[in-house]
Structure formats: structure tokens, C-alpha cells
Design a protein around this ligand. Structure first.
Ligand code: HEC
Length: 137
């Protein structure tokens, strides 16, 4: 082989080596199913308390981190006066079905343009935990 041929051959070998190295390391970069398991743990919380679910479901953004209400939603202290546990879960799943109550109608005027979302897509067990938590406030 002439000198230039040796150079070309050497570069070719280095190139192939790097190419294989890149393929091998790329495969190792994927950790098995990490993000999905973390996500599901946060949304359907088997081991989360009612208070933790309350903030995970972003209820705090309207009702406040102290549950005393904000400009976007009323205080949730003392709900036991108005709801049983069952009724409170039913309310969270379908707030509209309770709108014939005078108190809730007044909230519509007090918080114009803001409507309590329906949480019928959430696990009833989680809503039960939130209801227990709220009734204890
Ligand atoms: C977008 C703001 C917003 C979010 C988020 C929100 N709420 Fe509400 N909530 C309201 C408003 C406003 C009302 C008053 C009723 C109405 O206008 O629909 C209300 C009413 C309520 C009531 C009835 C209070 C009463 O005195 O009868 C309960 C209970 C309640 N929310 C719990 C929750 C829980 C639990 C969550 C989270 C799972 C939550 N809310 C998320 C805005 C919000």
C-alpha cells in the first residue's frame, strides 16, 4: 500500500469504529419506562392523602392553599354543614346538578366567569379521600 492508501484505510477504520460506538451508546440511553410510571403515580394517587390530591388536582389554584378561598373560588371550610360525604363526592363529579341551591347561585355572581370544573374523570376513591379531607376542615 502507498502512504495515502494507508491514511484512507486508517480513517475508514476510525470512522466505522465511531459509528458502531455511537449505535451502542444510543441504546443504553433509554431507561426502562421511567416517565410514565412517575406520571401515573401522581395522578391516581393510591398512596396520596386527601390534602395532597387536593393540590395535585390544582384545586388550590381557585380555593387557595389555606382552603379559605381566593378571587377565583369560595372558601371550603365547614362544608359538613351542607354536604354528606356522598353528596360532596357527587358534587365534585357534577357540580352543575347542585346549581339549584341558593348558596351556589350566589357564588356564580361572586365569581363571574369562573365555574367549578367537573371531576367525573377522576377516580372516585381519590374524590372520596378529598371529600373526607374537606369535611374535616
Ligand atoms: C377554576 C377554579 C376552580 C377549581 C380549579 C376548583 N374549583 Fe371548586 N369551586 C370553584 C367555584 C367558582 C365554585 C363556586 C360554585 C360555582 O361557581 O360553580 C366552587 C365550588 C366548590 C365547592 C362547593 C362549595 C360550597 O360551598 O358548596 C367545592 C366542595 C369545591 N369547589 C371543591 C373543589 C375541589 C375539591 C377542587 C379540586 C378537585 C376544586 N373545587 C377545583 C372554582 C374552582
Amino acid at each position: 500500500m502507498t502512504k495515502p492508501q494507508i491514511w484512507v484505510a486508517t480513517f475508514l477504520v476510525i470512522f466505522i469504529f465511531l459509528f458502531i460506538l455511537q449505535k451502542v451508546t444510543k441504546k443504553e440511553e433509554h431507561p426502562p419506562q421511567m416517565p410514565t410510571s412517575v406520571l401515573t403515580d401522581q395522578t391516581t394517587g393510591d398512596n396520596l392523602t386527601g390534602a395532597e390530591l387536593f393540590s395535585n388536582f390544582t384545586c388550590t389554584s381557585c380555593h387557595g392553599t389555606d382552603y379559605k378561598g381566593t378571587k377565583k373560588g369560595p372558601s371550603l371550610i365547614g362544608l359538613g354543614e351542607y354536604y354528606s360525604r356522598k353528596e360532596l363526592i357527587a358534587y365534585l363529579r357534577n357540580p352543575d346538578s347542585f346549581m339549584n341551591s341558593k348558596r351556589l347561585k350566589q357564588y356564580r355572581e361572586q365569581f363571574p366567569g369562573i365555574i367549578m370544573p367537573s371531576y367525573s374523570n377522576k377516580d372516585v376513591k381519590d374524590l372520596g379521600k378529598i371529600a373526607d379531607f374537606l369535611l374535616g376542615l
